[in-house]
Design a protein. Structure first.
Length: 85
């Protein structure tokens, strides 16, 4: 789920979702679904605003991955370039 605010040429947003991971190591295999959340923003470039440059930061955390009681944390940073026709 994504929610944002259109502030003209700048659009901040926040999102929440779920990620499913499967870990296999030899005969051992474990899978779990964990929540993720993050923040992002886009800015319109050019005189028409058809080109948007954006950035996102995503965080994933699980303190009890599957039945292994392992802690699994992750984060992603991404850059995005969109062209609107």
């Amino acid at each position: 789920m994504v929610g944002g605010y259109d502030a003209g040429r700048f659009m901040p947003d926040a999102f929440v979702g779920a990620t499913r991971y499967k870990v296999s190591l030899g005969a051992y295999s474990n899978a779990d679904t964990m929540p993720n959340f993050g923040l992002g923003a886009q800015v319109a470039l050019g005189s028409t605003g058809n080109v948007r440059l954006g950035a996102e930061y995503l965080i994933e955390k699980s303190s009890d991955f599957g039945i292994s009681n392992a802690k699994l944390d992750g984060s992603e940073q991404s850059l995005r370039l969109n062209y609107r026709f």
